[in-house]
Structure formats: C-alpha cells, structure tokens
Design a protein around this ligand. Sequence first.
Ligand code: SAH
Length: 224
Amino acid sequence: MTDADPYMQERHEMVERQIRARGVSDPEVLEAMRTVPRHLFVPPDLQRLAYQDRPLPIGGGQTISQPYIVAVMTELLELKRSDRVLEVGSGSGYQAALLGRIVDRVVSIERLPEVAAQARKNLQRAGIANVTVIVGDGTQGYPEEAPYDGIMITAAAPGVPEPLIEQLAEGGRLVAPVGNRDVQDLVRLIKRGGEVTSTTFGGVCFVPLIGRHGWRERFYDDLL
Ligand code: SAH
C-alpha cells in the first residue's frame, strides 16, 4: 500500500477488468479493492497469481474466493461507514480486510484455529486494525457484538443459520451462498419490521460451512 507496492498496477487492472467491467459499481467497494493488497493474503509462492480471476488455495483445504465474487457479495451488503459487520469464515482474512476498509467495525469468525491465526497475521501485515478474528462456530454467530447491520457467510450453507438471522439488526442485510455441497446460489436476506425477505442471485461454489447450523463435520472427515 506504499508507493513501493510492486502489485499496485496489477491490482488496479484487476479492479477495472474483472470487477468494474462486469458491473460492480459501488465506489466504496471498488476503492477498497484498489487499496487492500490481496497478494499479502495468499501463500508466498502464489503471490504472483493473487490478481488473477480465480480462487486460490490458502492451506487447510480452504480457499480465498475469486475477486469478482468477493466484490459482488460486498456490494450486496450495501454498507455505510457506521455499519457493524459480521463475517463467517475468515479464511485468509481478505474479505474481512475489504469490509474493514468500508465500515468501522468488523468481527470475523473462523472455525480452524491455524487458519484464524494466519488471517490475523495477514490483516496485521496489511495494516487493518478494525477487524477482530475469533475462533469458533460462526453458524451460531457472535451474540457479544450483535446486532449486525451486515452479515456475510463465505462458506457454503445448507440454509441460512437461524442464530444469524436473529443477530441481524433492523434494516440489516445478510449475504450467503446457500445450496448443496457442490453448487450454491447467492442469497440476500433483508430484515425489515421483524420480517425477512430473500432474493436469489447467481450460482457460486464455496467450501462447506461446517457447524451446528451448517453441514456435519464427520461427512467431510470421511472424504479427506
Ligand atoms: N472469506 C475468506 C474465504 C473463506 S473460505 C477469504 O476472504 O479468504 C471459508 C472459510 O470458512 C474456511 O476458512 C473455513 O474453515 C471456514 N468455516 C467453515 N465453517 C465455518 C464455521 N461454522 N464457522 C466459521 N468458519 C467456518
């Protein structure tokens, strides 16, 4: 993020070609993507691929999502600076970093302690100080800081976990990939007057959300 950033040019091109050209227009989202150094959120040997139009492995069988999908999901949250945001599935911490650039306060939950530790390191190196990474089962939310104006789930959910709907503020938005283990639809819920409305967007493909209100862990252990 200094003048010496060797990837600045590539990052700006990523935003123009992969994000803006495909219709993402929220200026805050575009600016966050221009400033957050995505290459600091991928393993060192994959840094040169950090600005390509694809997800990348980050260790522990997990992935950092394709930049375009990250942008679309962030835009769907319709954030403003004073919003409080919860992310479920910290992974690399990249999505959380973008959220942290757009709003004042972000809590991100990760179930795998070693993945959470790496996310914290990545966020620190990127100079993001308003994101707290917590180890736990994000399908149960994080009631300590609820309610949230925005909630984003970045792992594939069989359905939207009930505790997360409960922890959504009045007027709050929740974005999640909902479907089966192979393919999901992007879903956005909005809570108004205690009622929740749901809109479905295009198909996506995420690693599974594993937890009390997600998929069972056992099933995946059997496959590994
Ligand atoms: N948002 C991430 C990518 C997420 S990959 C990024 O920007 O890099 C999905 C992550 O969700 C994985 O790290 C996985 O371990 C985590 N995860 C799966 N189930 C979870 C749960 N119940 N609670 C919290 N994290 C979970």
